[in-house]
Design a protein around this ligand. Sequence first.
Ligand SMILES: [Zn+2]
Length: 420
Amino acid sequence: MDLDELRPDADRLWNGIEELSGFTEPDHDGWTRRVLGEPYLESRGWVAAQMAGAGLQVHTDAAGNTIGVLAGTEGKASIGTGSHTDTVARGGRFDGIVGTLGAIEVALRLRETGTRLRDDLVVIDFLGEEPNEFGTSCIGSRALTGAVSPDFFDRTNDDGRTLGDRLQVAGFPPDGMLGLRWPAAPLRGFVELHIEQGPVLERTGTELGVVTAIAGIERVVASFLGRADHAGTAAMTDRKDALAAAAQAILTVEQIGCSGENSVATVGTVHVEPGALNVVPSLARLWAEMRSPSPDWLGTARRELMDRFAAIAAERGIEVDLRRLTDQDPVPTAHSVQDLIADTSDDLGYSWRSIPSGAGHDAAHLAAIAPAGMIFVPSRAGRSHCPEEWTDREDIARGAHALAATLVRMDGLALERDPR
Ligand SMILES: [Zn+2]
């Protein structure tokens, strides 16, 4: 078929993004539509209506995923696409939203051009992709791919409330999430359109990114245990200053982050006790995280971080307690899907480059059950998770066009799942 026909209606897609941004928690700057918040739950009715308007059969599964299915002529297999519509607090209008509304636009264009797929097309708005107050993320895509166990729901927020309790109140009891299955015929492949959330595409003047891997994460909490002393009388040579040790540790984390390609390391928060102006700190606890598409780098970096923290403490004669918090392996995307996106982009005349994703995505969970891939579109100045987040209308349209053409080519294909 003529792939050019699948070009989306850029204005319609843009207007949808504008309209969805109207569902926002009123007490924040920017756009805030956090998972299970009132505006979010309301907005999902709007998303479901858009899906229905595109001719999709819509339902909400037990994990709160809003799912629209366009039945294929054969229906022996399905192809999947979609993203999320929740945001972080004071977030933007594009992260996740472009992929969800872009997928609905694809369904609209298929209908408008009279294009019938053999496979079922499954469009998903996944529940709660962003990190939430319970210290987890990607609730819907984890549940849909069988990646949740009962203890997942026992996580608590600062008020001591569990995630399970909160989901139950929202109408998604945890029992229903366990043992959830992919909603249609066996999944042939999955493609997620998303904004880059980084500066590479814009900086290199490239129209699309073909994602090679979704970064893994290692998190470590380090508690430096010194001794509280009077800040006026304790001599500099006699101190056991926990915060000074932590400061050295933070710079070490920065150095480690600079040591790997496409890798980063951050200390995002520090807790100090007793926290008084005139007392030498007795405790400094810091949370460090490292992200990389390379499992080897992540493993080496974590060991180095722990060794160097121990050395810093030893040098200062204080204790350090090191705990590995979570780890999430990097997820390579399927080379078969990367090739399909790249070849399709060539045929559409769009420039592209291979790019790893530093952020987590629903597609990383889908990769556990099917060949999965992602298409990135540029983010202005690489900004994301902030009100300044921006992607041009034409960039979004190109991404949705590449998504449509890739899905049409995936129809009926037997794809390999092996990562490159
Ligand atoms: Zn996202």
